[in-house]
Ligand binder design. Structure first.
Ligand SMILES: *Cc1c(COP(=O)(O)O)cnc(C)c1O
Length: 363
């Protein structure tokens, strides 16, 4: 297969990164996708029945597969704008602005996760109404921003967001309940997909991040909000179509969800193979536990720019632009250290990383 030679692979020592294809698929998932791809189905029934199964994993009343978490945000909001008004569903692009179509979003949640979340809200014909500040917000500010034009409050549960001085998910939920406003949570990258049913009306997950399924998304939650969103499948949702192979792949990934986690011991064993960087000039290494408390350990390389051949920033750049691109966790490279995440490493990757870093930083 000539294209395999022509389309170059990358080494991922960074984490679940959309720019690298997020996650790799298990054999179980690939086999399920192959089954889905090789048979015919009544697609409407396939979407409906698989939605019920996905809801089972999320412990919500109903759910639907979408082609990304971004599409789940757009379809959720489109549904809330139109409700069961068929004319509005068919003419969303013309009528959205005449209907309730303001989405309240805290400024600290108005993030760019690789694309601006505001774009996904606008795709549904809605408008963002920001509340709070870049460094904080209060639940009372959300309450005071609600008007008769408010269609939903969107809460983003993510490391991308401002974390300090922000109201909790349950404080915002209380405001929504008291004011009878639908409460949508974007939990795209979160673990614990069965933990959101009682905390919001609608929740969004990525199918390929924590769930490690094919590229897709999930919208899960309460009736009637799910049926509102589903109506859009044959309208704006057509531009976000999901294939039958993806439906089967997601179900297989959900079935395996939580069983494939790499133990801390195995993570350390993998990283131990890279511990020898300690002997390179200007480099010291240390195991670092995940700052948000997840069961992840990473190897941190501290680079002393006066003693090492390259600074941390120069190393990051050289690794990415080498013959095989290598991506590290480089958020703190400007402070002189980078992390290697063991979870996404594939067989043979530690050898590639070791050889490359030894070449770049060795004497
Ligand atoms: C990754 C991410 C998304 C987008 O997911 P896609 O499936 O790539 O559309 C949305 N919100 C948050 C918080 C994310 O982390």
């Amino acid at each position: 297969m000539n294209f395999e030679q022509r389309l170059k692979k990358a080494v991922n020592a960074s984490g679940r990164m959309t720019i690298l294809g997020v996650s790799t698929l298990s054999n179980q998932v690939v086999e399920a996708m192959s089954y889905g791809g090789k048979h015919y189905f009544e697609m409407a029934d396939l979407y409906e029945q698989s939605g019920k199964m996905i809801a089972g994993y999320c412990r919500t009343e109903d759910a639907m597969i979408t082609n990304s978490a971004s599409a789940a945000i757009t379809l959720a909001i489109a549904g809330l704008i139109t409700k069961e008004n068929r004319y509005a569903v068919e003419h969303l692009h013309k009528v959205a602005s005449e209907r309730k179509s303001e989405v309240i979003l805290m400024k600290g949640h108005n993030v760019d996760y690789g694309a601006p979340i505001e774009t996904m809200i606008s795709l549904a014909g809605a408008e963002v109404k920001e509340v709070g500040y870049a460094n904080g917000c209060r639940a009372s500010l959300i309450e005071q921003a609600i008007t008769e034009r408010t269609v939903a409050v969107l809460f983003v549960q993510s490391h991308h967001c401002v974390q300090k001085n922000m109201p909790t998910i349950s404080e915002v939920q209380q405001v929504c309940i008291q004011n009878q406003i639908p409460f949508l949570v974007d939990a795209a990258a979160e673990d614990g997909i069965d933990q959101f049913a009682d905390r919001c009306d609608l929740v969004v997950f990525s199918g390929s991040k924590a769930i490690e399924g094919p590229s897709c998304g999930i919208l899960a939650g309460r009736e009637p909000f799910l049926s509102y969103a589903k109506q859009h499948r044959s309208f704006i949702g057509r531009a976000m179509k999901v294939g039958k192979e993806t439906v089967f792949g997601l179900l297989a990934a959900l079935e395996a969800y939580g069983t494939n986690t790499m133990s801390i011991e195995i993570q350390r064993d993998v990283l131990q193979e890279l511990h020898s960087f300690d002997s390179l000039p200007g480099v010291s290494v240390q195991f670092i536990d995940d700052p948000s408390g997840r069961p992840i350990t990473r190897l941190r390389l501290f680079i002393n720019p006066t003693k090492a051949k390259l600074s941390a920033l120069e190393l990051v750049d050289a690794l990415k632009t080498g013959p095989i691109p290598i991506y590290t966790r480089d958020y703190h490279a400007n402070e002189g250290h980078i992390d290697l995440d063991p979870r996404p490493l594939l067989h043979g990757d530690t050898d590639i990383i070791r050889d490359r870093i030894n070449t770049l930083l060795g004497e």
